[in-house]
Design a protein around this ligand. Sequence first.
Ligand code: PSV
Ligand code: MN
Length: 423
Amino acid sequence: MVRHFAIDDDFLEKQNKKVVRALKQDFSALGRKLARRKIDIDKIVKKLKYFKVAVPSWGLGTGGTRFGSFPLPGQPRDVLEKLDDTATINQLTRATPLVSLHIPWDKTDDYSALKRHAKKLGLSFDAMNSNTFEDQPGQKHSYKYGSLSNAAKAVREQAVAHNLEVIDIGKKVGSKAVTVWIADGSNFPGQDSLSESFERYIESLHQIYKALPEDWTMFIEYKPFEPAFYYTVLADWGSALMASTEVGEKCKVLVDLGHHLPGTNIEAIVARLIKAGKLGGFHLNDNHYADDDLTAASIYPYRLFRIFHELIIAGKIQGRKFQLAYMIDQSHNLKDPVEALIQTAMELQNIWAKALLLDHKKLRSAQRNNDVVMAEMTLKEAFNTDTRSLTAMARREAGGAIDPVGVYRESGYRKKIAKQRAA
Ligand code: PSV
Ligand code: MN
């Protein structure tokens, strides 16, 4: 029995054929344009194929706000169906062969079956996420006043034990990392000690770190506020850098793009974390106000470009040892999540391609000469290049779709899974 609907490869090829002529024309026009800038378009296509990103399992259903959520027909009912949707996104974009699980949301009885299912779909598992920001049914101690930093030892121990369980599950599916985000903090001055809560948090991280397998990484994710409104235990990259340095070599900082106050220069944070050898990875999304979890590059594409530019510089200097975890973290209230994630994957490909086009020699020389205009124009020259034919060609060459959203819509995927998943 076919457990889920998947887009047929022949159908995909047929859809591609409809637009391939136009693509080839646009691609060769761009190729000529780039050649004038001494850039070999084929080399960029090749590099782009290495850009892979993880889909967040929690991003495949509709999220909602505290005012309500509006579920979409065909939302995944379990973690296997979340993998099915991820595989579809990957089939079309060829950018998302990874999925990031959230425990206990993705708990299942049979992790070998989950691993087998992932393998069949060509997927593997990126970082596991623990959840001590909400209480689960039957849980002994509440996280109302915090988890890893809670003043009560028993609560901290419970939160540590949960993280160890997440690592165990991760081992079963072949993950190599755990991301720890805590909601700990306080709403009112005086409610908790600013110094002691941080000490307690670090001590709990030590406990988790002790159980971390040799070849694993632990990511700690900071966030300025929400749900805590006055003070957050891990509010910023400075605190995260301090904590990760104290905890150990394999403890790295995770930068969620939505976890910064308006106006923050995220690319400068990224540059500092690279310098400290402590940048671990990203939760990619976009935001206008706070942690809005919007489609990547929907609000600030140039900011994302500048962040990617810092990563490309670091890659040039450090070579292959500069490895990061690229994960998406989004919540969808209005869009079909599969479409939104396809959009994000395409935006990431596009912005990554733009960043790859930057003329580093020209930029460095402008910087050395304090030629502000030329330096900025060099950045803009790359950013303003329309790379859509380049990324479409990379997708097509990798077996994906020239027009992923178009193929997805034409396939009737949402309607078909809605029917199957209702059954
Ligand atoms: C918190 O806002 C966060 O960014 C963390 O990554 C969580 O694990 C995720 O969102 C859950 O929604
Ligand atoms: Mn996040």
